[in-house]
Design a binder for this molecule. Structure first.
Ligand SMILES: [Zn+2]
Ligand SMILES: [Zn+2]
Length: 443
């Protein structure tokens, strides 16, 4: 136990060790021999789920935390882990789910009775059992800022217990989520947690020679209730309801809802598209149902943004990492970036939030001074923009059905714009709106 907590292994009850006996902790036994620890194998594994799609069910809430809030934090906690095992989680309301979340008091029949308020606060079972039990004698809360010692933050404990339900055991790395003692706040996984997940879920995937099961045959689809019959509905690009466009690897990528089209040139859709972007960018969090902000860095890496999070892939779309836009020095009050692009004019990254933007230098990894600036700096360019991209050395801005070409020297849009996006980029037939535009040779 001392080895696990990272304390000197005295074998006696010194004050530090005594404190561990009273501290809030997970009830799962610390397994792993000291020789395993000495080999520096920090995370310890049980077995993994042998499927990608995993159901979960919140059976009840606690005396102090309603079921709806437990469900909300469970969903958030599962998403913390999902990308690192390429797993997808879906909630169910009844029946036996793979991961069942229940609050119990005292002896609840599984041989691991809870102990009243304090000390053991929860435990969970590895796959294929997957149950997560929380001690209802704790005062569960969901506002770690409150900093009340009696209150136990549900999310912090849930993220840890989910780790067990996915097959991880305790880690003796104090900064890891799988460290057995209660720590708040939990903000992200430690590399130790991530390595454990990769060994459990991603190693076999690479070695596996079996063709994967068609996921569409297994997944309950989260289509809106009123469109269940249209689950294979593919949007019409000509209606220009796209979420965003971006140039990646010299191809034009168009995103709308769950789909991505790839164009090798204007009007030329690559065969086989559209595809579901979740299949193209594997490792993206399952809760991402549309891509509105994406760009390619000067080193070729592709970054997808959602809220304050981003997911980074290499130029072949292998998942590298996920993190937050704090890495770009974007202030905390910004909840999401609407458009990001790399300028070929100065090789700087422009990060746009509706009506203002920042300029970031990837070479020095610093935000340029004097930002944010107002979008009105770019004369005759509309805002908010849906997309900004560089195609064949020209910068374009897109807003709904129209697009503008930008002159980097004059810092304004070319005068004969806007032009209609659908006809110029997507090979759609001319319509009456189209006739309102004067067409030029060089859009
Ligand atoms: Zn634990
Ligand atoms: Zn239990």
């Amino acid at each position: 136990m001392q080895a696990f907590a990272g304390l000197p292994q005295t074998g006696t009850l010194d004050p530090d060790t005594k404190q561990l006996f009273t501290k809030k902790r997970c009830g799962v036994k610390d397994i792993g021999t000291s020789s395993e620890l000495a080999r520096n194998r920090r995370y310890i594994l049980q077995q993994a789920w042998t499927k990608q799609y995993i159901s979960y069910r919140v059976v009840n809430g606690s005396s102090t935390l309603p079921k709806s809030r437990v469900e909300k934090w469970m969903a958030a906690g599962l998403e913390v882990w999902a990308p690192h095992g390429n797993l997808r989680f879906y909630p169910v309301d009844e029946g036996r789910a793979d991961i069942q979340v229940t609050f119990f008091r005292g002896d609840h029949g599984d041989g691991y009775p809870f102990d009243g308020q304090g000390h053991v606060v929860a435990h969970a079972f590895p796959p294929p059992h997957g149950a997560m039990h929380f001690d209802d004698d704790e005062l569960w809360g969901d506002n770690p800022e409150e900093d009340e010692e009696d209150v136990t933050d549900f999310f912090a404990v849930a993220v840890h217990e989910i780790g067990h339900a996915l097959g991880l055991s305790h880690s003796n790395v104090k900064q890891s989520v799988m460290y057995p003692y209660y720590q708040v706040p939990v903000e992200k996984l430690h590399m130790d947690d991530i390595l454990g997940m990769q060994e459990l879920y991603l190693k076999d995937l690479e070695e596996s020679t079996e063709s994967p099961v068609d996921p569409t045959s297994l997944v309950p689809r989260f289509t809106k209730a009123d469109s269940e019959e249209d689950e294979d509905y593919i949007p019409d690009l000509c209606l220009t309801n796209y979420d965003t466009l971006q140039v990646i690897n010299d191809r034009i990528y168009v995103f709308e809802e769950e789909w991505v089209w790839v164009l090798r040139d204007r009007h030329e859709i690559e065969p086989g598209y559209p595809k579901r972007f979740q299949d193209v960018f594997q490792g993206l969090s399952a809760h991402i149902t549309s891509i509105k902000t994406i760009y390619q860095k000067s080193n070729g890496n592709v970054v997808i943004f959602s809220d304050r999070d981003y997911w980074e892939f290499d130029s072949s779309f292998h998942f590298i990492k996920d993190s937050t836009i704090s890495d770009y020095s974007i202030p905390e009050d910004v909840t999401e970036l609407t458009t990001v692009f790399l300028s070929n004019f100065n090789n700087k990254t422009y990060l746009i939030e509706e009506e203002r933007y920042w300029r970031y230098d990837e070479v020095t990894s610093t935000m340029d001074e004097g930002y944010p600036k107002d979008m009105t700096m770019w004369r005759q360019v509309p805002y908010p923009v849906n997309a900004a991209l560089v195609w064949k050395n020209d910068t374009y801005f897109f807003q709904g059905p129209r697009f503008w070409r930008f002159d980097n020297v004059l810092v304004q849009a070319h005068e004969y714009y806007p032009l209609p996006t659908a006809q110029v980029w997507f090979n759609c037939k001319s319509n009456t709106e189209m006739d309102n535009y004067t067409f030029n040779d060089g859009p």
